[in-house]
Design a binder for this molecule. Structure first.
Ligand code: PHB
Length: 395
């Protein structure tokens, strides 16, 4: 076999999704040489539909660092959400409650902007490149091996290795014997994209006896919606009519609210779970984003949490090169995990309050409605949800 070609860089980043690319962008701006290796091709990532809500802190990371201002012109600022239960709407006004807003801007658009910025700035991002090994993590020169789409082999030697390679992270799985915290949920989301006008000005999170539904948006003419389903559900069993009937059933109420329907052009089942690896570092390897932790999508925290990790990690790496001290690198895991567990709690809480379980007792179903009434029934309750949803300040 041909000898692997050696590449030397300061920071080797495994994973070219939003977390890996954002870190690469920040490092490059600071003159810190780095390389990104991603197994998928650009088109596949661009077409991977994920949540679409950005906290103000995430928007700021895109605009303040010169990634692109498209999030400001094409993103849609939302001042609240609508919690719907017992067939009634309960609007939460984030602007009034906590003086904060969120921006609806699809995660794949964030990827497109970041990938374009890396290209514009001459960043080294290798797509369709499969990492096969990580090694020497406990030394000052961690390494990883990868092969590109033509089968050529490379070995990257770096000072710092970052695993930003998503929930099935190769980097994370290469380290055994650490603590993994996780829970599975007995349901999934059936997600659709439809060519239809908006059904309501704000996103609707609906609890109903038939299960959860989320009425989200993408633009004036394209909408994103989800309904709770069995993880084994097959999208081919669902005609457009059947999907619309299911969604409508979950938002039905005495106010006569009707979804605006249109042709459905994308259907996917998204399984989800809650997961945290501790610590988020192992020697000179650091995990960021979904590689280190996964949340269910109910609070749209995934990408925001990944960006928050990247911010903390970037500052630690920057300090390492500026001062030669690895004190901040050593503190990365603890600092990032503080926010991770707050977001874990929020995502778990939103998920359990809004979804129904087949095995739930009538008591449990009523209790969840009591919880929703408590949250929506006072300014304090509303503020608790609003503060978490819009995102805690970055440290
Ligand atoms: C979405 O628009 O895809 C979306 C929005 C809010 C969520 C999850 C997903 O909580």
């Amino acid at each position: 076999m041909a000898q692997a070609q050696i590449i030397k860089t300061k920071v080797g980043i495994v994973g070219g999704g939003p977390a890996g690319l954002m870190l690469s962008h920040l490092l490059a701006k600071q003159g810190i040489d780095n390389l990104v290796v991603e197994s998928r091709d650009h088109e596949t990532i661009r077409n991977t539909h994920r949540a679409g809500i950005l906290e103000a802190g995430s928007v700021k990371m895109l605009t303040d660092t010169g990634v692109d201002g498209r999030v400001l012109t094409e993103g849609d600022e939302h001042e609240g959400i609508d919690l719907r239960f017992n067939g009634e709407s309960h609007p939460l006004d984030f602007k009034d409650l906590v003086d904060a807003t969120v921006t609806l801007y699809a995660q794949n658009e964030v990827f497109v902007d970041l990938a374009a910025a890396r290209k514009r700035d001459g960043g080294d991002v290798r797509y369709e490149a499969e990492v096969t090994e990580v090694l020497d993590l406990e030394t000052t020169t961690p390494k990883f091996r990868f092969s590109d789409k033509d089968g050529a082999a490379f070995e990257v030697h770096c000072d710092i290795l970052v695993g930003a390679d998503g929930s099935r992270s190769f980097c994370r799985r290469a380290v055994t014997g650490e603590q993994d915290y996780k829970i599975e949920y007995p349901f999934a989301w059936f997600g659709i994209l439809t060519e239809a006008p908006k059904s309501a000005p704000e996103l609707i999170y609906a609890n109903s006896p038939h299960g959860f539904a989320l009425i989200s948006q993408r633009s004036e003419t394209v909408q994103r919606m989800y309904f709770q389903c069995d993880p084994a559900e097959n999208v081919n069993d669902w005609s457009d009519d059947r999907i619309w009937a299911e969604l409508q059933k979950r938002v039905d109420g005495p106010d006569g609210f009707q979804l605006k329907q249109g042709p459905i052009f994308d259907k996917t089942v998204l399984a989800f779970r809650s997961f945290v690896r501790e610590p988020l570092s192992h020697g000179r390897m650091f995990l960021a984003g979904d590689a280190g932790h996964t949340v269910p999508p109910t609070g749209a925290k995934g990408l925001n949490l990944a960006f928050a990790d990247v911010k903390v990690l970037f500052e630690a790496i920057d300090s390492f090169y500026a001062t030669g001290s690895d004190a901040l690198l050593e503190g990365y895991s603890d600092l990032a995990l503080q926010r991770v567990w707050k977001a874990q709690n929020f995502s778990y809480w939103m998920t359990s309050m809004l979804h129904t379980r087949e095995d739930a007792s009538p008591f449990e179903t009523k209790r969840a409605l009591g919880e929703l009434a408590t949250v929506t029934g006072s300014r304090f309750g509303q503020q608790y949800l609003a503060e978490s949803y819009t995102g805690w300040p970055h440290k």
